[in-house]
Design a protein around this ligand. Structure first.
Ligand SMILES: [Zn+2]
Length: 406
């Protein structure tokens, strides 16, 4: 990465951005056209990008999941002096999208619709537009020539726990590729985001004992015990909100906990034997997710003696579901300065949603998040991004061409 220089480029005012002015529109259409819902293969998209890059003279490295059904793609534009491994930056995006099942879409989600200054389609915000903009500027990067290498990373299975990118990062580390920074293009409204919360999720399984519902004292009601634990988690959520430490730089300035799924019982006239629920914490750096979990576990344990008094085969167990660390790139780092130079502001933000940024950061690659669109439109039916946001991302990339070529 190079120190940002000043530039005197005149941009078209963003409020008159039109779809036909976008250089990336065709590529956005192409990427959205591949249904890459996380449960399905992303290989058609990856193969298309690989061929596209081959056509531009760029080799790609693919890393696959265990079944070979999904792949990450990593491609490098070497620097002028042939350096392909040392320094430079990564532009990173995930290829998968969340399902459209059951969502009331007005248009075909896998075909970009242009309407009223917006692009509609699954993934236009989260996050195929960023990837498409990056790819569409490759000819400009090649024309300009690079002082340091520039890398493109496309991952699989981000939406189900940032799974794919872990292999991609392990592979680049193993190959001795050491980028000086990374930009993850998740939707931030093109603001520079330097931190996000960590996240940890668990499943609680309560095994009760069935009885006819007229004989409740002879049964152990798994639903009711689970609900006591859920109520405890809700109380802890209020405590984090009202009495916990806060960081006003985050959109939600305190640690949040929540229960997202619950299943239990089979019929009203049966004391339910089983109930399971899933819960998570999204924590600020100074709140310990494991301490919270230990508290939930200890609270749950208080029910067990009474359960065992009715039937010894009852229990409460917990499974760990997922962990995504938080990250915080120090303001003033090179990657932050570069992002500022490219988007023309000096604001930094912190967000509550998790991204692959934490994993790059954890591999000693300083990372910021900066991409078009807003998280509020992600995962929604009729997902949209404004043309203005895509134009801002293109302006960002245009400036990046100057900075990495300097
Ligand atoms: Zn995303």
């Amino acid at each position: 990465m190079n120190a940002p220089a000043t530039h005197a480029q005149v941009e078209r005012p963003a409020d008159v951005a039109r779809a036909e002015d976008l250089v990336s529109l065709e590529l956005i259409r192409t990427l959205v056209g591949f249904d890459t819902t996380s449960r399905d293969s992303n290989l058609a998209l990856i193969e298309w990008v690989r061929r596209h890059l081959t056509g531009l003279g760029i080799e790609s490295t693919l890393t696959f999941d265990d079944d070979g059904r999904k792949a990450n793609l990593f491609a490098t534009l070497p620097a002028r002096d042939g350096n392909a491994t040392h320094g430079g930056i990564v532009l990173s995006g995930h290829t998968d999208v969340v399902p459209v099942d059951g969502q009331p879409w007005d248009t075909n989600p896998f075909e970009v619709a242009v309407k009223d200054g917006r692009l509609y389609g699954r993934g236009v915000t989260d996050m195929k537009s960023f990837s498409a903009v990056g790819l569409s500027f490759i000819p400009a990067f090649l024309r300009r020539g690079l002082a340091k290498p520039l890398h493109f990373a496309l991952s699989y299975d981000e939406e189900v726990g940032c799974i794919g990118v872990r292999r991609l990062i392990a592979d680049i580390v193993a190959r001795g590729i050491a980028p000086a920074g990374c930009i993850v293009g998740e939707p931030t409204g093109m603001e520079t985001v330097v931190a996000h919360k960590g996240k940890k999720g668990w499943r609680c399984r309560v095994r009760g004992f069935e009885a006819h519902s007229s004989l409740t004292p002879l049964g152990v009601n798994a639903v009711q015990i689970a609900c006591e634990i859920v109520a405890y988690i809700a109380r802890r959520a209020r405590e984090f909100r009202d009495a916990g430490r806060q960081d006003g730089a985050y959109d939600v300035p305190y640690t949040t906990v929540h229960v997202g799924v619950i299943h239990g019982g089979t019929a009203l006239n049966i004391v339910p034997r089983d109930c399971t629920f899933d819960f998570e914490i999204r924590h600020l750096p100074f709140d310990d997710p494991d301490a919270f979990f230990a508290d939930v576990r200890a609270f749950a344990a208080t029910f067990v003696p009474a359960m065992h008094a009715v039937n010894p085969d009852t229990w409460i167990e917990f499974d760990h579901l997922s962990t995504l660390p938080g990250f915080d790139t120090q303001d003033g780092s090179q990657i932050t300065s570069l992002a500022h130079a490219c988007n023309g502001t000096h604001d930094v933000g912190k967000v509550s949603f998790g991204t692959e940024a934490a994993l790059f950061h954890g591999a000693a690659i300083p990372t910021v998040i900066c991409g078009p669109g807003h998280i509020a439109q992600a995962h929604q039916p009729n997902e949209w991004v404004t043309i203005d946001q895509v134009a801002k991302c293109e302006a960002f990339m245009r400036r990046l061409v100057e900075h990495v070529g300097a």
